[in-house]
Design a protein around this ligand. Sequence first.
Ligand SMILES: *Cc1c(COP(=O)(O)O)cnc(C)c1O
Length: 447
Amino acid sequence: MTEAVFRLSQQRRVVTELPGPRSAALAARRAAAVPAAVASSAPVYVADADGGVIVDVDGNSLIDLGSGIAVTGVGASNPAVVAAVAEQAAHFTHTCFMVTPYEGYVRVAEGLAALTPGTHTKRTALFNSGAEAVENAVKVARLATGRTMVVAFDHAYHGRTNLTMALTAKNMPYKQNFGPFAPAIYRMPMSYPYRDHLPGPEAAQRAIEQIERQLGAGSVATIVIEPIQGEGGFIVPAPGFLPALARWATAQGVVFIADEVQTGFARTGTWFACEDEGIVPDIIAMAKGIAGGMPLAAITGRAELMDAVHTGGLGGTFGGNPVACAAALAAIEVMRSLDLPARAREIEALVLDRLETWAAELDVVGDIRGRGAMLAVELVRPGSADPAPEVANAVAAQALSEGVIVLTCGSYGNVLRLLPPLVITDELLTDGLDVLERALRAYGSRD
Ligand SMILES: *Cc1c(COP(=O)(O)O)cnc(C)c1O
């Protein structure tokens, strides 16, 4: 196992108020040029980023606990990724795989066949975004089964295109007044142990009964599910929930699509979150962490499903861009050589230790959960399970003012989520957690 090397000093350093004057000037220009619809959770403008730090245009060095939403697991300027990108860009930036193909695409497909769960024969198609991957997975499932109905779950997030908006549960900000949405999508209850207190098999039975009663199993093309929900609140289903659903899907000829766009690529302590309970999805959708920050997405699926699609039925101008493919090959090699799945488990041990203290001592902490380097704190009104989104927002704002970037999520907007780069140092992570803890303690403790 090799060690991560860093170009930028891995420490928090706040030299202006945050956001600083240069960021504020850029924010003013942005307001005149970019719609408010495209929002930023930490409006500090980036000059440089490496490992666990983001350096802004005012010279502040901030601790990155978001990885650009679970993307830069290997860091935002990993030297191996940077070199692979430069080398490929110097030769060709694009030819379009659908016009004149190249080896990088094929190598990524071979790599993902080896890396994803299951020993069955697989095929892989590449795209640009997570939403595009999920949408194409649904296209394949519908065509291969000849059925149309799609099952999605409460709290799900699958993207912002028309079909993936329909799959996504939360109205604001993702769906409000953007409809009408793609038809034949049905939402079923998720396992949410903190709120439903149901064992996994019972939660699965509740969903399966509704599917059979409302839709009829024989009409369902696919169930699409995040093995750990991301935007919906880092909800980890109770043990047994996913295996029961997967078994039912197999028995009914329903394609089981795992949306591992956020959970994939070592994030949860295994290469893919499905591995935790031995789930072998029929199709797995990937994006975010795949290529060290370059835009790339993929679906890897059973050969018989993927090959059911007619020639030319899948593709896209930029899908599997050669520079993004080179970045993915380099990033995956870095994950392997640094053993980032193991590093994610180390991060889990370090962070969970702290979260457990917070849960024991702080009234506002309703639940702590997650796996690997995908961990969350659900905040509630003391003495209840009522969501406290204002506390999540206040803590994130306070952390930012002290140089720590932390994201919120959840159907109720009340979850602090920790998604540090997997290469972050223990010292930096600990400093970031100290800042968060001070902010949280400002909101009251148990006596
Ligand atoms: C981010 C995300 C998507 C959408 O990916 P984009 O690249 O933003 O289109 C889909 N599914 C999950 C689980 C995600 O976290």
